[in-house]
Structure formats: C-alpha cells, structure tokens
Write a protein that binds this ligand. Sequence first.
Ligand code: F6P
Length: 547
Amino acid sequence: MAAAWKRLHALAARPGGRDITPLFAADPARAARHTLTLDDLTLDLSKTAIDDAVLAALLDLADAAGLGTFRARLFAGEAVNTSERRAAMHMALRAPDQAGLRAALPGGVDDASALVAAERAKMRDFVAAVHAGRLRGATGQRFDTVLNIGIGGSDLGPRMAVEALTSAAPGPMAARFLSNVDGHATLAALDGLDPARTLVLVASKSFTTQETAVNAAAVRAWLAGALGEAAVGQHFAALSTNLDAVATFGIRREFVFGFRDWVGGRYSLWSPVGLSIALAAGWDAFQAMLDGAWAMDCHFRDTEFAQNLPVRLALAGLWHINILGTANHAVLAYDQRLAHLPAFLQQLEMESNGKSVHLDGSPVAGATCPVIFGEPGTNAQHSFMQLLHQGPATIPVDFILAARPDHDRAEAHRILAANAFAQAEALLHGRSEADLRREMAASGMAEAEIARLAPHRVCPGERPSATILFERLTPYALGRLIALYEHKVAVQGCLWGIDSFDQWGVELGKMLAKGLLPDLSLPRPGGTHDGSTTALIARFRSLRGEE
Ligand code: F6P
C-alpha cells in the first residue's frame, strides 16, 4: 500500500500534476474515457486531474488495500463493523426475498433475507390497510397524515426521500417529520395537524434516544389530550430493533416493525424506518427505490473496479483528500426535490468515515472524511459558490442533475441545467488574467483601472468536479443514487482502513447530555465541569431567574 500512496504523491508532484485542462487538450476522448454509466445513470469524472497513470495507481491502491476481499466480506454478511462485531447488511433490505443473504451479529448469524422478507410483507400489508382505510384512527376517520418522530438516521433518509418523491406530485398521504428536541420544532410539527387523522411513527433503532423519547411523549400527550388515552394504541406505530423498549412505551405488537443491529441507523431508510416513505409516496414507489438500490448493489458487487461507479467515485475522493489535500466537499443537486440530500449525506459520510483510528486501533496517518456541505443549485451559486471559485482552498464538487424534470416548465429546466454545466465549466477553466485584461481593454478601460481590477477578477480554475446525470428523478433513480453514495463511503472506509459502521463519538455526546441535565434542573447544580461549562450553566440559570 505504501508504494501505491508514494506513487500517487509522485504523480501529483509532476509539473502540472494538479491541472485538469491540459488533460482535455492532450486527449480529445478524455470525457468519454472518464465517464462511467449504469443504464441512464452517468458519472463524469473527467473534470479531475486523474489521468491514466493516476487511475492506474488508484486502482493499485484499491488492490493493495484488499478492496476485493472487503467487498466479498461485506456481501457475505461478515462482521465488517469490527468494533461492534456486526455485519453492515443494509443490502439485504433491498435484495429480493430469495436472495439468501446472511448477516453476522455477536453470538450468531441471521438469515437476513428471511427476516427482511417477513417484515417487508408486514409493512406492505400495513401500508395497504392504511391507504385503503381498513386501518383508521380512533374516531373512525381515515389517516391522511403520517408524523415520523426520529432523529439522525431515523429521520434524515425518510425526510429526504419523501421530499424527493412527493414534491412533484403528492402521494397518498401527507408527511411531517419531527426530529429536534426543541419545543419550537414540536409545536411546528403539530401545528394544524388533526390528531384524529394522524398516524404517528416512532422511529428509533435503539429506542433509547432522548430526543425521540421526549418528542414521542409530547405527541402522545397531545393525541391523548384530544382523543383520550385509549386512542393512542390506534395511532402509534414503532420502527425499532429494541422490541422490549417499544413494548414498555405501549405500542401494539402488530404495529411494531422490527429490524436488526446489522442495519446501521444511517443505512436504515430501506428498513421499517422507511415506513413513512411507503405511506407518503406509496408502496410501489418505496419498492422501486429498493429496486434501484439493489441494482447499484449488484453493480458494485459484480463490476471490476475500473468500471465500478462507487469505486471510481471513492477513488476520486481519495485523490482529492489524501493527495491534493482538500478538506471539504460540496454536493450541489440541481434539483429542488433533493434539498435534503446534503444533510443526509453529511450523516452518511461524516458519521461513517469521521474516524481517526484503523480497525486495529492504531492512528490513521492522513486525512479521512472531508466536511460535506451543499445546497440546491442554483441557490448555492448566490451564496457560497464565491468561495469555491476564488477562495484559496480547492473544494471538489458533485453536481447532480436529472435530464427530465417532472413539471412542464421546459425552459426553466434548461436554464437550471445550463447553470449546473456552466458552474462545472467555470470551476474547471476559471478566468485567466490575460483574458480579463484583453476584455477590459476592449471595453475601453484605462490601463491603471485594468491593473487595479484584474487580480480581483481572476478565477484560477483547475478546480475539480464530478457530474452525476440521470434521466429522471424516479424512485428507482433515487434508490440507485443513495446506494451509490453508500458504497462510495464503504470503499473509502476500506481504503483508509477504518470502521465505517460505528459512531462512538456521537454516542459520547448522547451520554454527556444526559449527565448534564440535572445541573439545569435540580435546585443546585452538583456536577463537576470545566470552568467554561460551569459558568455557562450558572449564566443560563440566572438568565432564567433560577439562580
Ligand atoms: O446520533 C447517533 C445515532 O446513533 C445515529 O447513528 C442514529 O441515526 C441516531 O443516533 C438515532 O438513533 P436511534 O435511531 O437509535 O434513535
């Protein structure tokens, strides 16, 4: 592995080794040769400084890191999540019933496909009964709104998918999402909701997450206050791996949808955690999303690395992060329906690969996950794109775009697409001082003014991007897109030698918040904290008149 890293650094150190535009000049077929496809899905990686030599070195690195073995172990359901001794078998959630996938857990191996098939059938029946009005609320009215209470992986995936799939045409039910333990969020989520027609889903893999427990209790009180305590059983369902805790909350067994610990929270939208998607967008849409993800699973599992979309996307990321030293990564979907995609990817990428020790506990020498951020294009162009064009740091971008919209405003869509392509082009070519000087001179500007303005207007260019283009944002295309990123993250984790499937840092935050709570509520704070925290607690209490 060390040899492959060394070679990559040497390639980047060649004169012009970071430049992209000369590669196009040298090879007219570059775009075609660095574009990969899977049906209509197109991944153009040509706007990077990856040439044939760099690609060969990256592929050698993947071989040296044992990516082939890792991929085989992942799909065999082995415990690739080593710190928790679990498989990461989210692929079983979208595989056909008969796929025969298995998944390791401490103390045994699950027949993952059989478990998924049973739970998926139960979900499908439940969704059909709700949509047909066979399952109704306590007053006999049909459910018209689903309220999903959950946070992190129990919120971001379903929220993003529901928005993506129901913005163009409303689905069978409306959906709301409540994640934050902030009374303002709770009030907003309940505002204008009719409890008699609201189906509440408590989504929590662990069923111990404080925010979700607090919000579930608040919504339960709201519903019981309006319809009576006896109504709760008809309005609440739970999506969890912790069936004992669900029973304690008092949710009817037939309204409980389970999954197992080999599904990570941030990979759980395909599990019962996706029930809000099926209710809001329809079962067929949910199933098509699963099918699209499974198509990507099969592609990732069966395709040689050089032609493998998640592998190539991951390798491009590695080149930028570890060789060129980029620390941030922007995701710009030129699709308003994907407004929540960056938030989803922030958890997927940063919770998965925000690690600094190898599987054996030894420290990682270089960088791992970059900071992921994004906004829909074109909005992003009028806020932070300035930094990407002229800031001192290089920030690679993923541009994401559907060729056909699901509206009839054809010209608006062409303008949207023109902006996406133009931004990628502007990052690539920039604006040279010579061109600017020529233009300003041609407009009659005085030489002194040209000299004063030119440095401000130069855009250096040679800034990399990937473009992900597909025909339409169908449920199938969405599933495929998300799975592309999931596998990209797994490949990068393998190459960095880290555990992409645990999240001990976040667990620490959960624990500390619970420990600090008494100091905000008991008559006298008794906890031991650093000086800053002690002072802030005192100030908080005094501003509330409690000190
Ligand atoms: O924030 C940490 C985390 O464990 C995430 O990984 C998870 O998605 C989220 O909390 C919610 O957890 P749960 O689904 O168990 O309520």
